[in-house]
Design a binder for this molecule. Structure first.
Ligand code: IMP
Ligand code: MG
Length: 422
């Protein structure tokens, strides 16, 4: 199965990093197709913890890594990660960066921060890394791309044109200090020298690899419900996170994708604002957060925690074409005697639906219809296969499969890489 997409099936932070890390062992290439340093993976290799945001985690396994055209790249974050990896003995010479990817500039970060502050109570709760403003400029055809770093004269011109407008916004609209042309140009020119060797024709590279029958992993960042078109807009990220965008974001045909693995937690978390029907009320929310270590990798924020939402997960199966699921962090649920699972939504008109509402206000008003599944109330440390799980834990996984009509191929039962049952 040469081309596999890994996609978050909830609001991000489903534990994709660990599953990608596991599947990377049998892959030749690991590619990211959207997003930027808003993502964060924490990966433990031989007892050493790596936190990476911009470079695909496959770098830790010595795999060819691709940052595709659909990504946005903060050159400073990229180079900081390069330095960090190299200083810890991890080579980055197999990292390839698309020349078509857009650069996150200082003004994108400044505008992201200022606009969230200005929105106040209406804020989206972004990671404040400049993601939205960068994708907005890309769509407006005002963006600066990685390939512009290779042409110093053009680069300077583009910075000058952009800055003339951005500074008006920063000063007059947001009331923050303007940015200096010389400073930014000089910094970018020095970044350019160091980024040059990583710039490649990544579409060609991935296509060739597929022609040769090599195994390619296409790794999505964030999750389905944060997709710009299909997520819980406006509380979403600014790119398409769904599996279909793997082809676009890398530059290969959609017919090259062989399978789509959806990653879902055995419960649900969400960072940032926006509706969340299965959010846990009372002290159990804090218990799940503590047991699951649910604090953001990038921002350190507390994640909101909820019980498993099969309506949302059914939607993720649909919009991504998920062929199998990985259910992560099942062990976190070991502490609970009873596990509510949302099997349908109760709508404003009193009817029930198993399908995710297409309209924002219907989703806002949706109330979960629960089914209580029995807990297992014992650690899962002894299980070395799915069959070895306690009966109630196995039943929980089987219930998900029955409701969604998709096999659960992998089950996460602990923090270490070996604690994924195949
Ligand atoms: P942005 O991507 O920084 O613009 O943030 C937009 C929304 O996406 C906010 O609700 C963020 O919390 C959420 N978000 C962005 N990246 C991630 C991620 O990697 N995990 C979880 N949520 C994320
Ligand atoms: Mg994350």
């Amino acid at each position: 199965m040469p081309a596999t997409v890994i996609v978050g099936a909830q609001w991000g932070d489903e534990g994709k990093g660990k599953i990608v890390d596991l599947l990377a062992l049998d892959s030749d290439l690991v590619c990211r197709y959207q997003g930027g340093p808003n993502a964060g993976h924490t990966i433990v290799v031989d007892g050493e913890t790596f936190k990476i945001r911009q470079i695909p985690s496959g770098v830790l396994r010595g795999k060819i890594c691709v940052i595709g055209a659909g990504c946005v790249v903060d050159p400073e974050v990229f180079l900081t990660e390069v330095d960090e990896l190299e200083s810890r003995g991890v080579s980055t010479h197999l990292v390839h960066l698309s020349g078509e990817a857009h650069l996150i500039m200082a003004w994108h970060v400044a505008i992201d921060q200022a606009s969230e502050r200005r929105l106040g109570k209406l804020q989206i709760g972004t990671t404040r890394r400049g993601i939205g403003p960068c994708y907005a400029d890309k769509a407006a055809r005002l963006g600066i791309r990685v390939q512009d770093l290779l042409e110093p004269k053009i680069l300077r011109q583009k910075i000058e044109v952009a800055l003339a407008e951005k500074n008006v916004w920063l000063e007059r609209v947001y009331g923050v200090p303007p940015l200096g042309l010389e400073e930014i140009a000089a910094q970018l020119e020095s970044f350019a020298q160091r980024i040059r060797p990583y710039v490649s024709d990544t579409s060609l590279l991935v296509d060739r690899a597929l022609q040769e029958g090599r195994a390619v992993l296409l790794e999505g960042a964030q999750g389905t419900l944060l997709d710009l078109d299909h997520g819980t807009y406006p509380f979403v990220t600014s790119s398409n996170t769904v599996a279909g965008n793997a082809a676009t974001g890398i530059g290969i045909g959609p017919n090259r994708i062989d399978r789509v693995i959806g990653i879902a937690k055995a419960y649900v978390t969400r960072v940032g604002e926006g509706p969340f029907p299965t959010e846990i009320e009372g002290s159990d929310q804090g218990r799940v957060r503590e047991l699951g270590g649910e604090f953001g990798t990038v921002t350190g924020r507390e994640r909101r925690c909820g019980w498993l939402d099969l309506v949302a997960l059914r939607y993720a199966v649909r919009v991504n074409g998920i062929t199998s699921l990985a259910l992560t962090k099942l062990d976190v649920l070991s502490a609970f005697a009873e596990l509510p699972v949302c099997i349908a939504y109760l709508q404003r008109d009193g009817s029930e639906t198993r399908h995710f509402p297409a309209h924002q206000s219907d989703f806002h008003h949706a109330r979960p219809v629960w089914k209580a599944l029995p807990g297992w109330e014992q650690p899962l440390d002894d299980a070395s296969s799915r069959e070895g799980l306690p009966d109630a834990a196995r039943a929980y996984v089987e219930f998900v499969e029955q409701e969604l009509e998709v096999p659960v191929e992998l089950v996460g039962v602990g923090a270490a890489r070996e604690r994924v049952l195949v």
